[in-house]
Ligand binder design. Structure first.
Ligand code: ADP
Ligand code: ZN
Ligand code: ZN
Length: 823
């Protein structure tokens, strides 16, 4: 038996591509301390990894038929207090099951980036090592071994990495084994948590009067000491150490002397890294809800009162006042003493919006956003864990915020594809949020101007309650979009033009009125690709089955999938011809063209190239909001959620590339994109104009988007989904085989297909493939895809389980349930 009856076995999930958990034994030394949800260090194969305790067992599971003597021991317990709450454990278990994702990977994704412990090798000198060091002759030039021993003797244990950094050489690694064999040092694996830890800062405080010595102490003060005391008095008795030295123009030793005299106290305290520290908060407008908003809110608060699961689809056109409803619903939730969680799309969490929430909810708001530093994110996360923050706003992974007593979840722009994690573990934060609300008896609001087909369908079938806000607040008209037929422009000009006369004229008028414009194009870079006019070669990526995009400012050809980079060639790599031609345009070129047409206008560009730097995105958005920029050019990241009252013109250079994608969701995405970006126009008092350039003016996605006609778009699209067997009528899964050898990839895929066929004898699923995936090669890997579809989700799932159990390839097949992009 183990200690005071502590269960001797633990079930551990590891963040590796394995779809099962593993049993370990608890060493006596850990005993009762291990709790479910704590991180541990374990040996897995030959590696040391951080795992997560997901269960405690009294005895070994007999079904597993493992020999008790072969069960390994836990190496280290990392957390005394588990980081993972029971709710998050349950949610991640559901995700791992539903999406066939490794539980350990989901748990890793659920913790803030910096909190995932790194395993490091730690060096320490042994007693024998000290003896050896003493025997070494005093010489000026010490050997590397001696240097290392001396360092460990003088500075204590350190990681291999630190040792290498200090000694400035990679040779350290080689002599370690030798020193260990000689018994002079020990090398141990240890979990290092350094990336994110609470930040501590020194504070200086005036001691209470009676504590300091006799009155003559005051007389003995130097001028510097007096300045310190005066600065402290002026700051109500306390200041951070560094600030005090600056204000009082005093040195650290002056303060130390005062401490010795008992006049001040120095203490180290945890401080919070606040992403919004010191920012000016906007005044809160006194808004009275209109009738539609009030009725919507009443329904939601009624559900909150009941403390049962309820799901709403809030379908409100852009500018209909959805955000105001979210805020009031969150407030109602807080009044019930419960917490609220709001998810927003990847890029939509603007500083403007964060400040607005801070103005409403003060310190009770925590913000989880990818542009925060690891430290800031860790602090915000801990404030949630300790229930200090009761309102959480964040992007996709905020789904996993350890919110206590969750009452409300809001998913803003629920149709947005950034809610889907595009790498393992694949999950959809919106769908998982609905499950979380269900498990925690919370109310959930899915809000959008262009609900996803799936969500609207769920509202139609009664799975969600439907709330419609068909009008903008204050009766502001919705901007009607006009289509510019680029075929006519081509006929008129005799050549392809990126910008039509209509769009240029509209821009000129907008600028003349001192208003702002947004120009959207869904392709970054300068030119789409380089074509050889002599032989027809398109310069492609050597790693991937795609063309390279030309980036003019960087003078480079870039692969947008694997980041491969090369200099643009002077001659065709195939035929040596110099007739190389740039085809298609990206945001970079559009920005150049606009600058040439409107040299006095202030233009800026927003896409992944310009926002690679942290906070660059926020800065551009803030400058645009302050009207320091007239024309903003960008990819879809400018289409989302912003409220710029002076924008009266939106131009869409082209959406044709998006329409042409071999993806059954292409029409839906194009519809959403146009509707969303059109919604940016005319949000203030002035009416907006929206111009859409296209070579396919008759396409239904474009027609209905221009008319802002969601109902008819849905009717058209849902028929197509039904007829061709796509979601929401059929559940879909993609099984992807990747291999650097094409022949082997094909063989593995065929084997998988045969296993699926055998499993399908008792099921009624449709199987397509194996066939090359739309991107047939990526990062040097050939990609072969099999699609499986079924009317019933359960049979799809059991089919895949059966087939995977049969192939020994189990963990190397990448399975995506409900894939969003078939790429
Ligand atoms: P949505 O999120 O639906 O696009 P918002 O909530 O951002 O719409 O509202 C658009 C604008 O209208 C915001 O500036 C908001 O402050 C304002 N607004 C919202 N509701 C009202 C109302 N009842 N009366 C006046 N202004 C409102
Ligand atoms: Zn050529
Ligand atoms: Zn590539």
């Amino acid at each position: 038996m183990n200690g005071q009856g502590a269960p001797p076995y633990v079930e551990v999930a590891v963040p590796l591509g394995v779809r099962r958990t593993f049993t370990y034994r608890l060493p006596l030394a850990i005993g009762n301390a291990a709790q479910v949800g704590a991180r541990v260090r374990v040996t897995f194969g030959k590696q040391q990894v951080t795992g997560y305790i997901v269960a405690l067992h009294d005895e070994l599971d007999r079904a597993l038929e493992v020999d008790a003597r072969e069960v390994r021991e836990i190496e280290e317990l990392i957390d005394a207090e588990p980081l993972i709450t029971p709710e998050i454990l349950e949610l991640t278990r559901w995700i791992s099951d539903y999406y066939l994702a490794p539980w350990g990977e989901v748990l890793k994704a659920a913790l803030p980036a910096g909190a995932n412990a790194r395993i490091e090798r730690v060096l320490a000198i042994t007693t024998e090592g000290r003896d050896e060091l003493a025997r070494l002759p005093e010489r000026r030039a010490l050997t590397l071994k001696a240097q290392l021993l001396r360092m460990l003797a003088e500075q204590g244990p350190m990681t291999v990495r630190q040792a290498q950094r200090t000694l400035g050489t990679a040779r350290v690694a080689r002599i370690l084994a030798e020193l260990e064999r000689a018994g002079w040092i020990s090398i141990k694996h240890q979990a290092q948590n350094a990336a994110a830890r609470a930040k501590r800062r020194k504070f200086v405080r005036l001691a209470p009067i009676e504590e300091h010595a006799a009155p003559d102490a005051a007389r003995a003060l130097t001028a510097a000491q007096t300045r310190v005391i005066e600065a402290l008095i002026a700051a109500d008795g306390e200041l951070p150490f560094t600030e005090l030295t600056e204000r009082a123009r005093a040195s650290a030793s002056t303060i130390a002397t005062l401490e010795r005299k008992g006049i001040v106290k120095i203490e180290a305290r945890e401080v919070r890294r606040d992403p919004l520290a010191g920012v000016e908060l906007p005044p809160l407008p006194d808004i009275e809800l209109n009738r539609a908003q009030r009725e919507a809110l009443d329904q939601i608060t009624a559900a909150l009162d009941q403390r049962r699961y309820a799901a709403f689809l809030l379908h409100g056109i852009t500018g209909s006042g959805k955000t105001e409803i979210y805020i009031r619903a969150m407030r109602a939730c807080l009044e019930h003493g419960r917490s609220a969680l709001m998810l927003v799309p990847e890029i939509a969490l603007t500083p403007v919006f964060s400040r607005r929430l801070r103005a409403h909810f003060g310190d009770r708001v925590a913000i989880l956003h990818s542009s925060l530093s690891a430290g800031e994110r860790f602090d915000e996360w801990m404030r949630i864990r300790r229930a200090e923050a009761r309102v959480v706003i964040g992007t996709r992974s905020a789904l996993f915020a350890p919110v206590q007593d969750l009452g409300l979840i809001v998913v803003d722009e629920e149709h947005d594809t950034s809610y889907r994690q595009q790498e393992s573990p694949f999950y959809h934060a919106r769908d998982a949020a609905v499950m979380r609300a269900h498990k925690e008896r919370a109310t959930i609001i899915l809000g959008s101007a262009t609900p996803s087909l799936e969500s609207f369908h769920n509202a139609q079938t009664g799975k969600y309650r439907y709330i419609h806000l068909p009008e903008r607040v204050g009766g502001r008209p919705l901007a009607q979009a006009e289509v510019i037929d680029m075929r006519a422009v081509f006929a008129r000009r005799g050549r392809e033009e990126a910008l039509s006369d209509e769009l240029l004229e509209a821009l000129e008028e907008t600028l003349a009125r001192r208003e702002q414009a947004i120009i959207l194009l869904n392709r970054r870079g300068y030119a789409n690709f380089i074509l050889c006019r002599a032989c027809g070669e398109r310069i492609g990526c050597p790693q991937c089955d795609v063309t390279l995009t030309y980036h003019k400012r960087e003078r480079a050809l870039l692969c947008h999938y694997c980041n491969f980079r090369r200099r643009p060639p002077a001659r065709c790599p195939m035929c040596q011809s110099q007739h190389l031609h740039l085809v298609g345009e990206g945001t970079e070129k559009i920005e150049d063209l606009l600058q040439a047409h409107f040299p006095r206008a202030r233009t800026a560009r927003l896409d992944r190239d310009t926002t690679a730097r942290r906070r660059a995105y926020e800065q551009t958005i803030m400058r645009f909001a302050a009207h320091e920029i007239d024309i903003l050019v960008g990819t879809q990241m400018i289409a989302k959620g912003h409220d710029f009252p002076k924008v009266t013109l939106v131009g869409v250079v082209s959406v044709d590339a998006g329409l042409a994608l071999p993806d059954f969701r292409a029409a839906e995405r194009t519809f959403q994109l146009i509707t969303q970006v059109a919604g940016r126009a005319g949000r203030g008092d002035r009416r907006g104009r929206v111009l859409i350039q296209t070579y396919h003016p008759e396409h239904y996605a474009i027609r209905f988007a221009c008319a802002q006609d969601y109902a008819n778009f849905y009717r058209h699209e849902i028929e197509y989904r039904k007829a061709f067997g796509y979601p929401p009528f059929f559940a879909l899964a993609s099984l992807l085989i990747q291999d650097d050898d094409l022949g082997r990839a094909v063989k593995r895929a065929e084997k998988l297909r045969r296993a699926l066929d055998r499993a399908n004898r008792d099921h009624n699923c449709r199987l397509l493939g194996p066939a090359p995936a739309p991107i047939a090669r990526l990062r040097g890997q050939h990609r072969i895809q099999i699609l499986a579809k079924a009317r019933r989700r359960a049979s799809l799932r059991s089919l895949i389980d059966l087939a995977l159990a049969e192939t020994d390839d189990l963990d190397r097949v990448s399975v995506e349930i409900d894939p969003l992009h078939l790429m």
